[in-house]
Every structure is written in C-alpha cells, then in structure tokens.
Design a protein around this ligand. Structure first.
Ligand SMILES: [Zn+2]
Length: 397
C-alpha cells in the first residue's frame, strides 16, 4: 500500500514525539534525586551471607542493579523478627545489622557512602555513590529502654518505625489492632510511647508510621512536632488490607507535612492478589495438599514442593501491573496533592512485586509511567525523592 505524504508525515511526527518522550524520561530520571525509603536486603544479607557487591541472580538488590535503576539514596531497613536472633535480644540484632551495613560500605567505598545529616545527604546524593541511611523497623529493638533509642541514634538511626507487625508495650501495631484486638493490653501510644516520639523529635529521628495501628498513627501524629514518614505503605481505598492507609490518614499526613512512600508488594497493590492469597491459604490449602500428598505417594517433602509450585504459579498469574502501582501514587496526588507521596519499595522484604518492577534496576519505569500520565517534571522529581528530602530536612539535625 502506498502512503500519501500526509500519513508519512503523521508517522514521522509520532515517532518523533514518542522517541523524544522515551529519551526525556531517561534524562529526567537521571537528573532527579531518587530516594527509596525501605529496602530489606540487609536482613537477608545478614541471614544468608549474600554479597550485594557482586551481581546477584537472586533477590531484588545489588550495587550493579541499583546503579542501573538510578537510585541515589537508600534507607536500609534494620529488621528482626518477633523472636530475637541473639540470645541477648532485639537490640543486639539491630546493632549487628547496623555493623554489617558499615562493613559493606567500607568494602565498597567507591560505590557507597554513609550519611547521618541532611547536609551530607544533599552533598553526596547524585555523585555516583549510593547514599546509605539507616531506618530501624520496629520499636521492639529499643527494648522499652530510652537509652537504647539514644544509642541507636548515635549509631546512625535516621528513622524508627514505631512498630513492626508486633506491638510493643508502648505502641500497638496495625496487625494487632486489626487482626488481634482482644490480645492487646492497650491501643495506641502509652505515655512512654509519647515520650519516645518527643525524644525522637529532639534527636532528629523521623517518626515512621508504616505498620502502626490506626490509634498509634493518630496518637503519634498528634504528639510529633515534625513531619512523619510512612516508609513503605500503600493505599487502603484501592487495596483494603490491614497495613495500607485510609483516606483520613492520608489527609492527616498531608496536614502534618509528611510523606507516604508506596510499598511495591503485590498484595498491598492489588485487591485481587490479596484475595487469591487468602483463598489459597485459608480455603483450599488443606484439600489441595491432601490431593498432592496422594499423588506423591505420601511423601510430604515432594508434596510441599508441588504445593509451592502450584501456589507460585497461581499467584504469579495475577501479579499486578506497574500501572496499578502508579495508581496508588495517582490516588494520593488526587486526594491531597503531589507533595506527600514517595517511593518505599520494600525490595527484598516482599515475595512478589508488580510486573515490570522486578528489581532495583526498574525504577525508571515509574518515571516513564508518570510522564506518560502527564505529570510535570517538577511533580515527578517531588515523588521520586524531593518530598522525602523535605521530611529529612525538617527532622535531621
Ligand atoms: Zn515492613
């Protein structure tokens, strides 16, 4: 078929426009300061002895892929479970993980740099090294002891997530407030919990309210004099799971001047993903496992492998899209504006991420999608990092 002059002009025009866009999103991504407020690779490194300085084929993170993804600033999450790894307790677990981050930075001085002040972050970001900050995920690691809060601060802690899934004696978690309310001794922050928030303000530690129960959230936001962070939380109205944040909470964060950093976990992004997961675990697991055990002639190891394969392929089939993740960003922007949302991937802390966001090399795709949706360069830069930088500036000494 012969093309007339007008149609060839149109094709060239569109190629030009889209070609320019594909270039400009890369340029914009390169120019922006990208901050991710939550990555759990440190606990998996400590537990499994992986080296992020080498190209890893497992997990979400290593120094090569971070570079490719254009990441400038990473909050490394210090995490330990409800039961401590060390017999000395949770605090010791935290100190060990912090030490392991320092060792990694010392071994990779050309690729990483540590920061504790806002000035250091601003000065060092975007100079080719990953600026590394410490976020402690769970108030249980201070073991109800204010001196240990001070001590973790002196070791570089820049945010403390008041609770992980487990409540402390002074703060109730989202998991317990929602799923185990009868087991709670108290809901929200105790007087000691409020003292901790005040001390965090004095020291310059950001109050992180991801994982916090709603009562703890509102108590903390009433107590703090500084902007808060939700280091890895998504939107409840899109995906109503216990740990996502409701519209009134989003409005409260905006009023406080804080930032909600979107968690990439498939089960926090897509309602369907979460529902299928509950269906597989709570409804069909027993009967399917019985059938598989029969097929495996009673060998429970073979049965478990078959179940894992069945489960993974079933869940993989409905992983959310990158666009669905950006819908969470869009939702917050439409509700309260573009100053209160950021990126808190939870890479290496989650078992499934949206299609297209497989690891830390894929952040530019978010920039591309935001640009495709008509976001201005200024807005995109705020979402990628400037909003979180504002919260750091208001909190850090
Ligand atoms: Zn978490």
């Amino acid at each position: 078929m012969k093309m007339n002059r007008i149609s060839s002009f149109c094709i060239l025009f569109f190629l030009g426009v889209f070609g320019a866009q594909s270039q400009s999103f890369k340029k914009l991504h390169e120019n922006a300061i990208l901050v991710d407020t939550h990555n759990d690779c440190l606990s998996s490194l400590t537990l499994e002895g992986k080296d992020i300085a080498s190209k890893l084929t497992v997990g979400h993170s290593d120094l090569y892929r971070w570079k490719k993804g254009g990441l400038d600033v990473q909050f490394f999450s210090i995490w330990t479970d409800k039961t401590s790894r060390n017999k000395e307790g949770f605090y010791k677990d935290a100190v060990e993980e912090i030490d392991s981050l320092h060792h990694i930075i010392l071994r990779n001085p050309d690729k990483m740099t540590f920061a504790t002040t806002y000035r250091e972050v601003k000065k060092r970001a975007h100079k080719g090294k990953l600026v590394s900050l410490i976020g402690v995920e769970g108030g249980h690691m201070i073991e109800e002891d204010m001196a240990k809060l001070d001590s973790l601060y002196s070791k570089g802690m820049k945010y403390l997530t008041l609770t992980w899934n487990n409540s402390t004696g002074w703060a109730s978690s989202a998991m317990d407030e929602t799923l185990n309310p009868d087991k709670l001794k108290q809901k929200g922050l105790t007087e000691f919990g409020k003292q901790i928030v005040r001390r965090m303000n004095e020291l310059g530690i950001i109050v992180d309210l991801s994982h916090a129960g709603e009562q703890t959230f509102y108590d903390a936001i009433a107590e703090t004099k500084k902007p808060v962070l939700l280091s890895h939380s998504s939107v409840w109205s899109i995906c109503p799971v216990f740990r996502n944040v409701k519209d009134e909470q989003i409005k409260a964060v905006a009023k406080n001047g804080g930032v909600i950093c979107i968690n990439f976990y498939s089960g926090f992004i897509s309602k369907e993903y979460d529902q299928r997961q509950s269906f597989l675990n709570n409804v069909v697991k027993d009967s399917v496992q019985r059938i598989l055990l029969n097929e495996s002639k009673g060998d429970s190891i073979i049965m478990k492998k078959k179940w894992a394969h069945f489960y993974d392929s079933s869940m993989n089939a409905i992983r959310p899209s990158l666009a669905q993740l950006v819908d969470h960003i869009d939702y917050i922007v439409k509700l309260v504006g573009d100053s209160y949302v950021g990126i808190g991937s939870d890479y290496d802390g989650v078992s499934s991420v949206p299609v297209g966001l497989e690891d830390v090399s894929t952040y530019p795709k978010i920039t591309e999608e935001l640009m495709r949706r008509g976001y201005s360069n200024r807005s995109i830069k705020k979402i990628l990092g400037n909003n979180v930088l504002r919260v750091m500036k208001a909190n850090f000494k």
